[in-house]
Design a protein around this ligand. Structure first.
Ligand code: DQA
Length: 144
């Protein structure tokens, strides 16, 4: 099983940005944890991060034909306003889980809206890095 993990803008700045919200661990540490968990589940994982909307869409579109079985996506701030990423996700028929490290519902009102969640299978918010690991388990179970 092959899962694509997409992280959007500023997630490469984990460990630098707003540590009180996102914690002290950096992006490399997140990827290490995802790769370790994927190995225990016998999942091949491809982790991608980009700050630009177009780059994210290009990578998601390639999942249509590269053998990807499921997608985990944290679209960062694009969550709240990117109809283009939403449309792209809607065109991919496979399990898709939206993850947010912070509990977006406890934060500013503009973060309560997700353009992308309605075209995903589910959403995990507020559980820190663990959200990505739980999403791997969830997709694995959905495909079994
Ligand atoms: C985030 C929440 C978003 O509102 C924010 O813009 C981010 C990170 C999260 O993981 O909690 O960049 O997606």
């Amino acid at each position: 099983m092959k899962i694509l993990v997409v992280n959007g803008p500023n997630l490469n700045f984990l460990g630098i940005r707003e540590k009180g919200i996102y914690g002290n661990e950096d992006y490399d540490s997140l990827i290490k944890r995802i790769e370790e968990k994927a190995a225990t589940l016998d999942i091949e994982v491809d982790c991608f991060q980009a700050n630009g909307e177009g780059e994210i869409i290009d990578r998601l579109q390639s999942a249509y034909s590269d053998g990807t079985d499921g997608i985990i996506i944290n679209p960062g701030a694009y969550t709240h306003y990117s109809i283009a990423i939403r449309d792209c996700l809607a065109s991919l028929e496979m399990p898709k889980i939206e993850v947010h490290i912070s509990n977006v519902h406890k934060r500013e009102e503009f973060r309560h809206v997700s353009m992308t969640a309605p075209v995903c299978s589910g959403q995990i918010v507020g559980l820190g890095f663990n959200g990505y690991l739980l999403a791997l388990e969830a997709i694995k179970e959905m495909k079994m």
